[in-house]
Write a protein that binds this ligand. Structure first.
Ligand SMILES: [Mn+2]
Length: 282
């Protein structure tokens, strides 16, 4: 990683870049959910910075690390990336939610947002460059800030592998947002090999009952401990501890109406001294 840092003198602190000779149409936040895959992260960063710069995007890469023993919660990490990115900088127009193990192969696969949310990784090499099912929205996806807020982001309930991507597809559909894809010869990705995570418990239950939670389980109901917010050379690191039972409980309390939480102002106003690697409870 240090060697890669030395190569990228063009980057601003926190892993951002913008073209000097023109102004980009979008400010794009790339959000990468992450835990314990440093080899993949290095390969992704090595690939993505030149790729995004060729596209003349105004972008920053946020790596959101789950720093706890709880099962990996991809959806909640995306929500946290959305919140933290919009807190530390001017709100971004466009979000690319990006798995750490997918490398875009075609420069024409522009990382921007449009009227419809876009499923970017339609053609993955390990799946024979074929779309496995029509409603797939996992891997890499592009959603504008407005679209993401409209659907209340991802569900926070999916601890472990699977379900959260199908749930956000349902949320988009519920809000009459049809998804788009680029042609299969452009939306091509190489997948890095890894061991599979255990599937999420209760993921079918949460998926089937999802509709009753859209308004209260998502980016408006985040509970986590921020353990680092760190401007690295190649990316901004957001490290969080997520407690599974707390996350589940908060949603139950909200459903029962026993206690009212005002989540609209849940996040702090950004002040520069909040940059730290120390422990801090939100
Ligand atoms: Mn994967």
């Amino acid at each position: 990683m240090e060697q890669l840092e030395l190569l990228h003198t063009e980057l601003e602190a926190g892993g951002s870049w913008y073209p000097v000779n023109c102004s980009s149409r979008h400010r794009v936040a790339i959000v990468v959910p992450y835990r314990d895959r440093v080899d993949h992260l290095r390969i992704l960063l090595e690939h993505l910075h030149p790729f995004l710069q060729k596209q003349l995007l105004d972008y920053k890469i946020f790596v959101v690390e789950q720093d706890s023993s709880a099962p990996f919660n991809r959806g909640m990490l995306m929500n946290i990336g959305f919140k933290e990115a919009n807190s530390v900088d001017h709100p971004y127009d466009c979000f690319i939610f990006h798995d750490v193990d997918l490398l875009p192969e075609d420069d024409r696969n522009i990382y921007d947002c449009a009227e419809k949310p876009r499923h970017m990784s339609a053609a993955v090499d390990t799946l024979g460059y074929k779309l496995p099912y029509a409603n797939l929205f996992g891997g890499v996806s592009a959603i504008s800030r407005q679209q993401f807020e409209l659907v209340n982001g991802y569900s926070n309930k999916f601890f472990g592998w699977g379900g959260e991507d199908d749930d956000i597809f349902n949320r988009l559909k519920y809000n009459d947002l049809k998804i788009s894809r680029r042609p299969m010869n452009i939306a091509r990705y190489k997948m890095l090999q890894h061991r599979k995570n255990p599937p999420a418990r209760n993921r079918m239950k949460y998926l089937n009952g999802g509709i009753s939670r859209y308004d209260r389980d998502g980016v408006n109901s985040l509970i986590y401990k921020l353990t680092a917010l760190d401007r690295r050379k190649l990316f901004t690191l957001v490290s969080v501890v997520i407690d599974e039972s707390t996350v589940i409980k908060v949603i139950i309390i909200m459903r029962c109406g026993l206690q009212r939480y005002d989540y609209t102002n849940f996040h702090r106003v950004f002040e520069p001294h909040h940059w730290s690697t120390g422990h801090r409870l939100i």
